[in-house]
Design a protein around this ligand. Sequence first.
Ligand code: CO
Length: 139
Amino acid sequence: MNLGRLNHIGVATPSISDAIAFWRDVMGATKIHAPFDLPAQGVKVCFVDTPSGPQIELIEPLGADSPIHGFLAKNPAGGQHHLCFEVPDIHTARDEFIAMGKKVLGEPRIGAHGTLIFFVHPKDMGGMLTEIMETPKGH
Ligand code: CO
């Protein structure tokens, strides 16, 4: 694994609009991006910038089959959902995780930043659902 930058921390929420108000009014976030739907992942997403650090990715369920429904059933107020680390090459990273016996969830697919991502099961990652994301070109 070629560990890159911590890109974002995924936070599930039952309401992105309530979560935006929290990050703006309580946490003092000044750069909150426009929310958008990611139908292929079954989520609505909103990125909140933190000063010179990883973003917060707010995630709300989108559609009846959203994978976030299960998380919110266990955590009705929402909460930390995943960590996302960048790698230079997504397919190399995927092959390495598989070679180490880690449970990779699905094929690499386009994520919220428009680059390829995959998830690794928390049972193989110290209890953390982990998103691996190819570093956007030009970064
Ligand atoms: Co994410």
